[in-house]
Design a protein around this ligand. Structure first.
Ligand code: DOR
Length: 430
């Protein structure tokens, strides 16, 4: 958001798509904000949007940027570039770095690295417990005072129910949001893939659905007890979706996200023992995939979040039981959502933009309707453009996409972040 000068930019010839509906029109940007919306606008610089939708920028609630500590996999800069190319103007950075996000200094460093890259807003999450070890609460008040809104131990769930209760009580008083990675770790020790028919045939240790569902159930009840909101990360099973649906019907303060791989891929892909398909929570069965899609369609699941988890080839090419879980997501999320969900485009964009923006607490800056005065965080995408995913063409530092060779539809053309065109005609500008 640093380079904005007095040049006016016009996004021309597209269809504006936001929470109010669709409208043909141009958008003029000056000084980082939208200054005019209407027909036949002129400006110093024109971004052609013909055939494209012009929407509020996307917000990803769940990315692993790996810095500090695992820069061979990704850095804040390379991850931000992948995000911008995927149409994201803000991303929530997960805390499982080395050191983790359990101190103000680490959080401030990650935020500063994001500002230096200048490709999207990097919103560091904070740890719920020190070292994500599940034993002692992190300094949540201090982290909240430093601007952190989402707290999670992602990569692991908080196992101790009393600690989780206390964390929710603090969260309520601080006005922050806890986001749970739902996994009862005693039930997943040594697990390699979803526990089901495919896993039995392969004879490898399984990750039972109930390991996720028990924690979803527990935390719904702890949210009810404490009155604090809870967000569920990467839901993957049919029963988890049902539990969240029932909690919402009761009016509880529950939100949830799902990752593209959980609505596009099944556990059968592991039958060749290829670690590219290993992820936590694991790819599940077709009934689960259908349930996640249904949850996205009926509003039970509030947001699509990528769980972008870069790993270098030397780790992802290890045997299935040793390879780390995780797959890339930032550059394929929009296309998979358009191609696979069969939902109206406005609903897809809501799941990628204004709904996650509200959960992340950044709705003032991101996901806002494209009207005069709104900050210019904007994504321009062609919903019909067909392309084939190629791992070597990705901007991420890692290559671990499970979608290489897959034909998809829908591509980001331009991304404007803080008034700066950071992606133009599909090319990152920095
Ligand atoms: O597959 C995953 N990878 N799930 C997680 O929860 C963590 C992530 C990672 O950090 O690689």
């Amino acid at each position: 958001m640093t380079d904005v000068n007095n040049t006016s930019i016009v996004i021309k010839g597209g269809t504006i798509l936001d929470q109010r509906g669709e409208q043909v029109g141009d958008v003029r940007i000056e000084g980082g904000v939208i200054t005019e919306v209407g027909p036949s606008l002129t400006g110093d610089r024109v971004l052609d949007a013909s055939g494209c939708m012009v929407s509020p920028g996307f917000v990803d609630l769940h990315v692993h940027l790996r810095e500090p500590g695992r820069e061979e996999s990704e850095t804040v800069e390379t991850g931000s570039r992948a995000a911008a190319l995927g149409g994201f103007t803000a991303v929530v950075a997960m805390p499982n770095t080395e050191p983790p996000h359990d101190s103000v200094s680490v959080v401030q460093m990650v935020r500063r690295l994001g500002e230096q890259a200048g490709l999207c807003e990097v919103l560091p999450s904070g740890c719920i417990t020190i070292g994500r070890a599940g034993e002692v609460l992190a300094p949540m008040a201090e982290l909240a005072a430093a601007g952190v809104h989402i707290f999670t131990d992602d990569g692991t769930g908080v196992q101790d129910p009393l600690l989780m209760r206390r964390a929710l009580e603090y969260a309520k008083s601080l006005g922050i949001l806890l986001a749970q990675h739902c996994e009862v770790s005693r039930l997943t020790e040594g697990a390699v893939m979803h526990e089901g028919g495919c896993c039995s045939r392969l004879g490898v240790p399984g990750w039972p659905s109930v390991a996720e569902e028990l924690m979803v159930f527990r935390d719904i009840e702890l949210s009810r007890l404490t009155g604090a909101p809870i967000h569920f990360l990467h839901l993957s099973t049919a029963k988890s979706v049902d539990l969240v649906r029932a909690a919402k019907a009761e009016g509880l303060l529950v939100t949830a996200e799902a990752a593209p791989h959980h609505f596009t891929l099944t556990d059968e892909l592991l039958s060749g023992f290829d670690p590219i398909f290993k992820v936590n929570p694991p790819l599940r069965e077709l009934t689960d995939v259908i349930a996640v899609r249904q949850g996205l369609a009926d509003g039970t699941i509030d947001a699509i979040a990528t769980d972008h988890a870069p790993h270098p080839p030397e780790l992802k090419e290890m045997p299935l039981d040793q390879a780390p879980p995780g797959m890339l997501g930032l550059e394929t999320s929009l296309a998979l959502s358009i191609t696979e969900l069969g939902l109206p485009l406005q609903q897809v964009v809501g799941l990628l933009s204004w709904k996650p923006a509200a959960i992340a607490g950044v709705a003032e800056r991101h996901g806002r309707a494209l009207e005069v005065g709104a900050p210019a965080n904007i994504t321009v995408f062609d919903p019909n453009l067909a392309w084939t995913v190629s791992s070597s063409a990705l901007a991420s530092k890692s290559r671990n996409t499970p979608y290489a060779g897959r034909s998809v539809r829908g591509k980001v053309r331009h991304t404007v972040f803080g008034g700066n065109p950071v992606v133009v005609d599909g090319q990152a500008q920095r």
